[in-house]
Write a protein that binds this ligand. Structure first.
Ligand SMILES: Nc1ncnc2c1ncn2[C@@H]1O[C@H](COP(=O)(O)OP(=O)(O)OP(=O)(O)O)[C@@H](O)[C@H]1O
Length: 379
């Protein structure tokens, strides 16, 4: 795992000016009657990338995948794969395979027959099929289950059979529509790592559709966040989380506190922001927000410290009262109502067993955060 991690750290073709995208959506629009499911969308995906399409139900994620697979054609615009326009090319002639949420395994066939199915249809010689199936079974660690029927497997094992079947034909691109949707939380988390390993081992390009942001953050090299058929932001998980480009993205990914307000003063890269309900915030990252403009200051709960005593110094210190406490085992989330009535969420890791600074409902408390802990959003 360590070495894979190192390889991934260097994997950023989107930052290389001469890197050629492998998959390109160019001004793609898809209408169903007078409903626009995908609106003039452009997107580039690179070879061997693990790319996630993330968005709420109905935002057009599956439609994008289906157009790439060839089950739908764009109303206008182009989809290119390795420079080739895909329009008019039927699904079975595209170097793309799709794995659906309902794995659609054939119930009457054994695991190995399921995996062999597509290869047989392609007329591959029997000896080659046997070799390929054995290789796939080993890859997904199901060799000992080759003779079983799908109903004799667990949900996670069935999911791996479906994966093996989807990659058996060695597609260049694997499309996964909510691939882990049917698995429980623990199994999902394990399987996420298996999927990442598999993608690395095979050197494939993966495009995965999910509405689960944690899943997208864990697995993907980059994430496209979609809303109403449009791309809101395309970035690495860390960028999406630490530097969201808009209120929509900030709010969509993870938990965040938002202070709506105005830029009162700018100095260098920083600014002073007065929130609509009277809090003054000092920030070092004001981006391109102009003095006087309406902005939101956004800060993640884990960047805010809660204490019973007023912290000495510090960039931003506000007095409040504990409004609510949620103990989640590994961490505690405090809701602190500050002077102006706004409730601020702050989380702290429960790294030690007894908390050094016990806080309780209705206690007076102080919140504090550094001036580089949040971002200013202009959109
Ligand atoms: N064949 C179709 N005819 C009419 N409308 C469609 C068709 N396919 C999709 N849509 C509409 O297009 C929009 C986008 O659908 P899509 O399946 O891409 O969403 P999604 O983001 O994948 O959502 P979910 O997470 O619920 O699957 C939806 O409003 C859907 O109702």
């Amino acid at each position: 795992m360590k070495s894979l991690g190192n390889i991934r750290r260097d994997f950023a073709p989107w930052n290389k000016p001469d890197a050629k995208p492998y998959i390109q959506f160019k001004d793609v629009t898809k209408r169903f009657g007078d409903f626009t499911a995908v609106n003039n969308l452009s997107l580039s995906i690179y070879e061997r990338e693990f790319f996630a399409l993330l968005g709420a139900s109905g935002c057009g994620k599956s439609t994008l995948l289906r157009m790439l697979a060839g089950f739908e054609e764009p109303t206008s615009g182009q989809i290119l794969l390795d420079g080739q326009d895909l329009r008019g090319i039927p699904p079975y002639r595209r170097p793309v395979n799709m794995m659906f949420q309902s794995y659609a395994l054939f119930p009457h066939m054994s695991v190995e027959q399921n995996i062999a199915f597509g290869l047989k249809q392609d007329g591959m010689p029997k000896a080659d099929i046997d070799t390929r199936v054995a290789e796939m079974l080993k890859l997904v660690k199901l060799s000992q289950f080759a003779k079983r029927k799908p109903h004799q497997l667990s949900g996670g094992q069935r999911q791996r059979v479906a994966l093996a079947r989807a990659v058996a034909k060695r597609p260049k691109v694997l499309l996964l529509d909510e691939p882990l949707g049917a698995l429980d939380k623990k199994l999902r988390e394990e399987t996420q790592f298996e999927l990442m390993d598999l993608q690395q081992t095979l050197g494939l390009t993966f495009v995965v559709v999910t509405h689960d942001q944690e899943e997208a953050m864990t697995m993907a090299d980059r994430i496209a966040i979609l809303d109403k058929g449009e791309v809101m932001q395309v970035a690495t998980p860390a960028e999406v989380y630490e530097a969201p480009g808009s209120r929509f993205v900030a709010d969509f990914v993870g938990n965040i506190n938002m202070f709506e307000g105005k830029v009162a003063d700018r100095d260098g890269a920083g600014a002073t922001i007065t929130s609509a309900n009277g809090v003054t915030i000092r920030t070092a990252n004001a981006g391109d927000a102009a003095a006087g403009s309406e902005v939101a200051f956004a800060i993640r709960p884990e960047k805010i410290k809660v204490s019973s005593k007023k912290p000495e110094g510090g960039d931003n210190v506000m007095e409040g009262e504990i409004y609510d406490i949620a103990y989640l085992g590994d961490m505690t989330i405090f809701h602190v109502q500050i002077g102006n009535g706004q409730v601020v969420k702050a989380s702290s890791l429960n790294a030690t067993r007894a908390t050094e600074d016990p806080l309780s409902w209705d206690d007076k408390a102080w919140i504090s955060f550094r001036n580089d802990a949040g971002v200013v959003l202009t959109r």
